[in-house]
Write a protein that binds this ligand. Structure first.
Ligand code: NAP
Length: 359
């Protein structure tokens, strides 16, 4: 199989660093271009990140001496060299929308971690195990952009990846109402404790824009394609509170759910245990073997103990029990920069490759 030449836009950031550790020896994707802001452009990768490398593993040797390009000024050049780019940048939304569309129009597909294009109706927002069929909207997007190869595909916000996977197999019971309170790691803000000392021994009850995304994005993920666009699902009704807590990685959600047709605890656990999707049938290299793991122990899942399950790509669930106001409640957890960001984007690129959208 062809090995794809890949660029990472935003390579110096928290998600960008995670991309490079995941792609260091990927079987299909070979990172050849690193890009960031004009501040980093011209430096070697090592010079740019040596004082802010936040991963537990060292900076991969093969990237240390690569010269960083300017993601904006060098866009045309980058697009002409690579087969596609991963994009995770901290810029204004309208600037990101322009940047991503520019790469796509230069016939360079963009697999994005950014929120800027998540509500664009013909841009698929994919959790590979949940809505892999939404990639078919890409053909309509290509018509709009006037491209034959270029397109934008995005992954969803990291917070929803802690509870949407657990709810998804239960949709056949008609999910009516969901309350999800998320306890989110500081790496979700691109920070560690050195760069955010105020978070030590602290909880901050506000994450800008997060509750809106957490309530809206699941409906697009569960939407239907009609006339070349994704029409969001009209239910369930979802309300959230998103709280920043002093952990490095891992978003944990406390979830309450009610159904039109109530089911049993045993049936729910069985559906979680049996759930498999296209990434498992395609045997994609980043896909977990078991997407949803249920823990019977009362004190699991725990952020520190369970976030790295199946290389941080599995979702852990526990404490399923009846509730006095809703039908059931449970706790679920996912790794925000792996499943929720770079890992999810790499799995999405693998899915797009297997489906023939990257060539
Ligand atoms: N962290 C998470 O868990 C997470 C999860 C899901 C999605 N995301 C999304 O992923 C994106 C990146 O997040 P992050 O946490 O990695 O942020 P970050 O650590 O602050 O990194 C931001 C990156 O953007 C680059 N950048 C900033 N301004 C730029 C410009 N004008 N032109 C080109 N590049 C520019 C930075 O380059 P310099 O180093 O040169 O400034 C850096 O590489 C955001 O959209 C975020 O919402 C993050």
């Amino acid at each position: 199989m062809k090995k794809f030449s890949v660029g990472v836009i935003g390579a110096t950031g928290m998600v960008g660093q995670r991309f490079l550790t995941l792609l260091e020896s990927h079987p299909w994707f070979n990172v050849t271009i690193l890009a960031a802001s004009s501040k980093s452009a011209g430096k070697t990768y090592y010079e740019a990140v040596k004082d802010r490398w936040a991963m537990a593993v060292p900076i991969p040797e093969k990237f240390k001496s690569l010269k960083i390009l300017d993601a904006v000024a060098d866009a045309k050049k980058i697009a002409s060299i690579v087969d596609f780019v991963f994009c995770a940048v901290d810029m204004k939304k309208d600037e990101i929308r322009t940047l991503e569309e520019q790469y796509a129009k230069y016939e360079c597909p963009v697999i994005s971690n950014n929120s800027a294009n998540r509500s664009t109706p013909d841009v698929p927002m994919i959790i590979p195990e949940i809505n892999p069929e939404h990639t078919s909207v890409i053909e309509f997007q290509r018509k709009r952009l006037g491209t034959t190869k270029g397109f934008i595909a995005v992954k969803s916000n990291c917070s929803i990846q802690s509870y949407v996977p657990a709810l998804h197999p239960l949709r056949k019971f008609g999910i009516k109402n969901v309350v999800a309170c998320t306890y989110q790691a500081i790496s979700g803000a691109g920070k560690n404790f050195d760069r955010w000392p105020e978070m030590v021994d602290n909880v901050i009850p506000y994450i800008g824009g997060e509750e809106e995304k957490s309530e809206k994005e699941p409906l697009k993920v569960w939407g239907e394609i009609k006339d070349g666009v994704i029409i969001p699902a009209s239910s369930p009704l979802i309300t959230t509170q998103c709280i920043r807590v002093p952990v490095t990685d891992g978003h944990l959600a406390a979830v309450f759910v009610s159904f039109k047709n109530k089911t049993s605890v045993d049936e729910i656990k069985q559906l979680w245990a049996d759930y498999k999707s296209l990434p498992q049938s395609f045997n994609l290299s980043s896909a977990p073997k078991q997407f949803i793991h249920y823990f019977e122990e009362n004190d699991r899942p725990q952020t520190k103990l369970d976030r790295n399950l199946e290389n941080g790509m599995a979702v852990s669930v526990g404490r399923l029990r009846a509730d006095s106001m809703f039908d059931y409640k449970f706790v679920s957890l996912s790794h925000n920069t792996l499943r929720g960001a770079a890992g999810g984007a790499v799995e999405l690129a693998e899915l797009l490759t297997a489906q023939g959208y990257l060539f």
